[in-house]
Design a protein around this ligand. Structure first.
Ligand code: CP
Ligand code: NVA
Length: 308
């Protein structure tokens, strides 16, 4: 296969991940002040097309990948599974083989992580994970880029994840050892991270500390991170909202972190549920820089995948 897949952060070594973040910072700086649709110098992905397949809703992933391809001098085609024969039972394997004949790379947002893995196995072009039930690696690359922009040295930093030990939390766990930060996770036992992700973190030298309260996880943190209590595909919304209520990031919770602590949230957010408006709209919040950096980080991921 020409190129490389980007399915999970732990599949890459720390030098490759570093190369992607460095490229993202440099490309962002090089086009500061430009109109958003202008093509980067050298049009690194000229002539290349990305297919984007969505089995779930998306605002940021959809627009940021589309603009990423435009800025790199390429183009994209978007479809939802319902628009495709995939939604009528055509196999992942055949879809992967067919799309590989038309496009240069594929980004997939899927319900089941195993579908992305199967797609990658049968595709002959790079496949990028645009979120599954298990992980969200593109988000974490943008988040880490954002922290670096705001002066956080990742090696030795203490990041606190509070709420549901979900797909986004899993990708932070996969990144901990690669970038040398500690991840303190505060979740109720019922919504604790999966053992499989804890094993991956351990095998990649990630320092993960598990707590059952938000207060313990956040104490002394450099960064506090929240996500929705009810992810796409979760069927137990009522129970989640009840059990996770004590894990909301309020101003009192944020006060337990370092005075300089930053707040991250991948969005979409639910003010008054997992985070108070005073926090997400306050001076410590980086959420819109995070959203912007999806674009810059994914441009670097696309170039890494296509070796351009
Ligand atoms: N954070 C994120 O992936 O947002 P979307 O669901 O809008 O793509
Ligand atoms: N955990 C959330 C993230 C959305 C970007 C979900 O999977 O719905």
């Amino acid at each position: 296969m020409a190129g490389r897949h980007f399915i999970d952060i732990w599949h890459l070594d720390h030098l490759e991940l570093r190369e992607i973040l460095d490229m993202a910072h440099a490309m962002k700086a090089a086009r500061k002040g430009w109109p958003k649709g202008r093509v980067d110098d050298g049009a690194p992905l000229e002539g290349h097309t990305l297919a984007m397949l969505f089995e779930k809703a998306s605002t940021r992933t959809r627009f940021s990948f589309d603009m990423a391809m435009r800025q790199l001098g390429g183009s994209s085609i978007t479809a939802t599974a319902g628009d495709m024969q995939l939604g009528r039972g055509e196999t992942i394997e055949d879809t992967a083989r067919v799309l590989s004949r038309y496009v240069d790379a594929v980004m997939i947002r899927a319900n089941d992580h195993s579908d992305v893995e199967a797609f990658a196995e049968f595709a002959s072009v790079p496949v990028i994970n645009g979120l599954t039930d298990r992980s969200h690696p593109c988000q974490i690359m943008a988040d880490l880029m954002t922290l670096e922009e705001h002066g956080v040295t990742l090696r030795g930093a203490r990041l606190a994840w509070v709420g549901d030990g979900n797909n986004v939390c899993a990708s932070f766990m996969h990144a901990a050892g690669k970038f040398g930060f500690t991840l303190a996770v505060g979740t109720p036992a019922r919504y604790a991270p999966d053992d499989e992700d804890l094993d991956i973190a351990r095998e990649t030298q990630g320092r993960i500390e598990l707590f059952e309260t938000a207060e313990e996880a956040v104490a002394g943190a450099d960064v506090v991170i929240a996500d929705t209590f009810v992810s796409m595909g979760d069927s137990d919304a009522e129970r989640r909202l009840e059990i996770l209520e004590p894990y909301a990031v309020t101003e009192d919770i944020l006060d337990l972190a370092k005075p300089s602590a930053w707040f991250l949230h991948c969005l979409p957010a639910h003010r008054g549920e997992e985070v108070d408006a005073e926090v997400i709209d306050g001076a410590h919040s980086l959420v819109f820089d995070e959203a912007e950096n999806r674009l810059h980080a994914q441009k670097a991921i696309l170039r890494w995948c296509l070796e351009k």
